[in-house]
Design a protein around this ligand. Structure first.
Ligand code: SAM
Length: 444
């Protein structure tokens, strides 16, 4: 007798529905929230990270893993879209595509085991009320896992990972520059530290000392565990970010204003020269960070909350550093979200504010006083165009010299400006993109 014939009416009993309870997975939940924030709402990564981490009870370890996963997906986002394209007959809703890109990033760039990348993506979709797409995700990611890195053949990854408007704009920086920048974007940036002047530190033995004096340690190094952190013997600062304050050449006893100061790397550089430094910052939470950093470093700067477009010092200053708010496109190695959040239409408001700050700085300086205008932007509008606008306002150019930039001659432009980008020092791990120009305050 068969099992079939023993059943009444020969019918199978109805299959019992499996009650699949998706497991919590704070790492992927937080990474997914970050990516939806960037792609769908143009929200910066840092803004979503804290909120989502609290919502999903993410431990510091999960938070760090979520940051790593989201950043890897953002670095390779153009490539991931191109890889997925042939597997998708219909355009999926954007959150589904984001989950697929995350799964794909784990398979192709983070060496995750296939069962983990596929399984966690399917669970994520179920948790996010996107269960109807779980089958699609399972099928697509299995194929991606099977074919692996061969899927990258024929994709111009460098080109795909940079939005077209930025690629076009960066062509103005020189032939091959967009590609050189895109190459550096693929990997997490190393950790650069500036040492407090006059100290000896074991960090110089632990890392590589760069030609500008920064100590470079591998990406992912935990800053607070490094020797000398609590004693304030160093601060985190990209090698390129050290250049504007260095080129202001502040002297002991000079009055110096740092107009847009938080988190304070440049304030510390200026104050440790012996100059009397006033650090101005408008944003309250960034001001708190600035205070914390100055306290850890025992840095003798005076910190003031004020708007740099209207603030007036008690006495006219000898020198001013204006590290103006900008699109931050020079920092994409550390902040790949910038690529997908910023748009060309954001630039006019930024350049208006940069001009207001340049105008205001003239009223704060002694005649003959020095100004450094700097931005961590790769955009022509925020760099050279602002330097020309400054001259039109009456500022006198004071070009940087080959001697001042002897350790980085490729960053000196024919106009005597500083222009760095992530493709410089590529053999050492690159650097952030900065523009800086120096001016002298005219007689009133
Ligand atoms: C590029 S960041 C400065 C980085 C800083 N100089 C350093 O090296 O650590 C620009 C800063 O300007 C601040 N900011 C923006 N608008 C401002 C304003 N109107 N007045 C003063 N600070 C402002 C931002 O909050 C931000 O902290």
């Amino acid at each position: 007798m068969t099992a079939e014939s023993r059943r009444p009416h020969g019918k199978r009993p109805p299959a019992r529905k499996k009650n699949i309870q998706p497991q919590p997975d704070p790492t992927r939940d937080v990474a997914f929230d970050i990516l939806c924030g960037v792609v769908e709402h143009r929200r910066m990564l840092e803004g979503s990270l804290s909120k989502s981490a609290t919502q999903h009870n993410a431990e510091p370890r999960d938070r760090a893993a979520a940051h790593r996963l989201a950043a890897a997906t953002l670095r390779h986002m153009g490539t991931l879209r191109a890889v997925l394209e042939p597997f998708l007959r219909k355009e999926p809703p954007e959150p589904v595509r984001i989950a697929l890109m995350m799964g794909c990033a784990q398979l192709l760039f983070l060496d995750a085991p296939p069962h983990a990348a596929v399984g966690t993506t399917v669970s994520l979709l179920r948790r996010r009320k996107l269960a109807p797409f779980a089958g699609l995700a399972n099928a697509v990611l299995r194929k991606v896992a099977d074919q692996g890195k061969t899927l990258l053949d024929g994709i111009d990854q460098e080109r795909q990972n940079i939005p077209a408007w930025l690629w076009t704009a960066w062509n103005k920086l020189g032939k091959g520059t967009p590609r050189a920048i895109a190459r550096e974007l693929c990997d997490e940036a190393p950790l650069d530290l500036t040492l407090r002047p006059g100290i000896t530190s074991p960090l110089t033995e632990m890392g590589v000392v760069l030609p500008n004096g920064s100590v470079r340690l591998p990406a992912g190094t935990r800053v607070s565990e490094l020797p000398g952190y609590d004693e304030g013997t160093f601060w985190v600062q990209d090698a390129a970010a050290t250049l504007p304050a260095r080129l202001l050449n502040a002297q002991t006893g000079e009055l110096v204003a740092d107009l847009c100061a938080a988190p304070g790397g440049k304030t510390a550089q200026l104050a440790f020269t012996g100059a009397t430094v006033t650090a101005v910052e408008q944003n309250t939470s960034r001001l708190n960070r600035l205070h914390e950093n100055m306290e850890r470093l025992a840095c003798p700067a005076t910190v003031i909350q004020a708007d740099a477009t209207t603030w007036q010092p008690d006495a006219l200053q000898d020198a001013i550093l204006l590290d103006a708010p900008c699109s931050a496109t020079g920092t994409i190695r550390r902040h790949p979200d910038v690529l997908w959040v910023k748009r060309p239409q954001d630039l006019p408001a930024l350049t208006r504010q940069q001009d207001q700050m340049l105008e205001a700085a003239r009223t704060m300086l002694k005649p003959g006083g020095r100004l450094i205008y700097a931005v961590c932007s790769l955009q022509e509008e925020e760099g050279p165009a602002r330097a020309r606008a400054a001259v039109a306002m009456g500022w006198k150019p004071s070009p940087f010299t080959a001697e001042e930039l002897s350790f980085l001659p490729e960053a000196l432009t024919p106009e005597g400006w500083l222009r760095t980008h992530p493709g410089l020092w590529a053999d050492k791990g690159g650097m952030d993109g900065f523009f800086a120009a120096r001016f002298i305050c005219p007689e009133r």
